[in-house]
Design a protein around this ligand. Sequence first.
Ligand code: NAD
Length: 492
Amino acid sequence: MKVLKQFIDGEWIVSTTNETRKIINPFNQEVIAEVTEGNDTDAKKAIKAAREAFDEGEWATTSAVERGKLVRNIATLIERDKEELARLESLDTGKTVDESRDDMDGIADVFHYYADLAGKDAGEMIASPIPDTISKVVREPVGVCAQITPWNYPLLQASWKLAPALVAGNTLVMKPSEITPLTTIKVFELIEEAGIPAGVANLVLGPGRSVGAELSESKEVDLISFTGGLETGRKIMQSASINMKKIALELGGKNPNVIFADADFETAVDQALNGVYFHAGQICSAGTRLIIEESIHDEFVEALVKRVKNIKLGSGFDEDTEMGPLISAEHLEKVTEYVENGLKEGATLAVGGGKPKDPELQNGFFYLPTVLTDCSTGMDVVQNEGFGPVITVEKFSTEEEAIHLANDSIYGLSGGVWSQDIAKAERVAAKLRMGTVWINDFNIFFAQAPWGGYKQSGIGHELGVQGLEEYTETKHVYHNINPQPIHWFGMK
Ligand code: NAD
């Protein structure tokens, strides 16, 4: 099997130790690829290449319009290779090919969007209070950016970081999750084909404890953008303080989905399912905390359970499959324990719980879509992320109670409100302490709107104009066009 390589300073190279890692298909545990296993020395090499490309190369001073053209090339190449990328993503993550195709459309949109923004920000003139002076604010690239991504949406998360960093004139080193690096490797081939100069975008493969740690600690890195779990985010924040790197952290979520009795019942049930079961619930924004008005609770749960029983598990390549496996044996273990603990805490199993019995699924890391009722905010199963196909259900009787329950979390990533009373829906949305609130919808993302967490769900934003601003420094340039001595010192 050909060993897939890292991309450093415009060259495809193996790691300094020559070690490799096997990449596993979570549907059947077959080896689908072998990749070079990078380490801290490789990370140092990549950082050096990015540093030199930023400090001595022409990328940062190339016109933003020109950079935008090259970023647009990447979008076009992703569109050209969409089917290949989608199939590779499904092979690596286990999600259905339809989901991966959707991801690829969104990814191409992100590159197009930031290519559109290139050169649009011409800075700002300031009304200087001092006569005969010109005062202006300009945006400049931050420098060398380290970008670390998780395994759940490998290429989507990578695109949210790559496109704005490049358009803004930064150089970068990306480290994908060691479990799912395949589409990121492929996109670096497209980055090379698109004409991005050598050293500007570098890719290092390998584990977080060596490659990731080096990227977070290095004094040669100016910014770190991380998407992943809360505990890793904490470590990165600490390491980043070594040289006061700028940080952008997109962390976990435990997202409430509040259903009022006056919601459109059928749509709310349908979207409660969509809110959770895509990619087997391994979504930071999954609406895993259903908070239902008491008067419709039983009827809603009944309708939900009926649909959940019909969810078809299988290979992501099978047209009928609605839900694939979890990512790994270790993660399957974690989700199993998470549900068992919930049951011990007093939750009731309404459907699912455990591994499916179907013989053809026994080699995959499958977990049944699950609904737990009789839950309350004090339970770990309601507070902890879980990151699997598991919904917890709580009840409320007043609007105030619904808001209180929804906000009772260390996380503040996203949430939903379902009601046909527009004023009520807006009132509740305004009170929710989270970075994204969907009214009468769930899990909607697009390049134009910012994404980021309140509370312990993160710091900073991706997507939208805000996602580009993260990759810029703000400089005030003050110009005195009539300089005169002011005779302050040594004149008395
Ligand atoms: P993780 O934190 O285990 O790993 C994420 C990345 O960090 C991987 O590339 C990993 O190798 C690296 N890493 C691990 N230890 C490191 C260290 N000490 N220093 C530097 N890097 C290190 O997360 P995961 O399990 O891959 O992903 C799932 C998590 O990601 C969930 O918590 C999910 O909510 C979160 N997530 C958040 C968003 C968002 O937009 N907020 C999006 C997707 C996923």
